[in-house]
Design a protein. Structure first.
Length: 247
């Protein structure tokens, strides 16, 4: 079965000198959740930006390898084209449109024309989003600027779903949230399999990520140093000692 996403020996440098990620290879199967773990500075966010076409603002560039989305090479394609194809990034601390209502925010990314040759995919409706995020349903006419941090994160996820993605890339969805809200956010992320959405999850909360994911990769200084099923990584002594608080 063709992976939804595949990286082959991807390499990114900053300012034509400093290597940010080197030889990164990973796969995201259909309807799977794959976790990409690592400490600050390991290269996790750079990897997501390289996949989603958001490199360039700080003179970062892909100098090797390639990105394949549904078997097609999309290395260096602009973000708007990738969104049309169904590859959607939810950045760290994603901002909402504070002067718009929750419902208006959700409609902001409803897709228009799709990329040439793109196969039809199920359209995610507003009511489906409200099913997965019932707290948003109760606030659909409320201005987004009045939402809590957890509600804003749910709104960012819901808005991304409205673009009918094949792959959602989530950058630190638990950042800054209270433990109870983190559990709810990860419960929702896990349930998105029902929609046939694949997820690449970047997360420093390694335990929560591996409890949710099917498969995982660990980045250190821009290179993959561990990979395997989420269950195997949860019991790997090196991963446990470094990322799960084990001894």
């Amino acid at each position: 079965m063709t992976p939804v996403l595949e990286l082959e020996n991807l390499e990114v440098v900053y300012h034509h000198v400093a290597t940010a990620i080197q030889g990164v290879s990973l796969r995201v199967p259909p309807s799977a959740i794959v976790a990409l773990l690592g400490t600050n500075g390991a290269g996790k966010t750079t990897t997501l930006r390289a996949i989603s076409g958001f490199l360039g603002a700080d003179d970062a560039q892909i100098v090797g390898g390639r990105v394949l989305f549904q078997g097609t090479t999309v290395t260096g394609r602009p973000p708007h084209e990738l969104v049309r194809r169904g590859l959607v990034l939810v950045p760290e601390r994603d901002k909402v449109f504070e002067t718009l209502t929750v419902q208006e925010n959700l409609r902001a990314l409803v897709p228009g024309a799709r990329a040439d040759g793109d196969a039809p995919r199920p359209r995610v409706t507003l009511e489906q989003v409200f099913h997965y995020f019932p707290v948003l349903a109760g606030r659909r006419r409320q201005l987004a600027g009045y939402l809590s941090g957890g509600e804003r994160q749910m709104l960012a996820l819901g808005r991304a779903l409205m673009s009918s993605p094949r792959l959602l890339m989530l950058d630190e969805p638990s950042l800054g949230l209270a433990p109870l809200i983190i559990r709810e956010v990860f419960r929702i992320i896990s349930s998105l399999r029902e929609l046939g959405v694949s997820i690449l999850l970047v997360e420093q909360n390694a335990r929560a990520a591996l409890e949710t994911a099917d498969y995982g990769y660990v980045l250190e200084t821009g290179e993959i140093v561990h990979s395997g099923s989420a269950a195997d990584l949860m019991h790997d002594p090196k991963v446990t000692a470094s990322y799960l608080g084990g001894h």
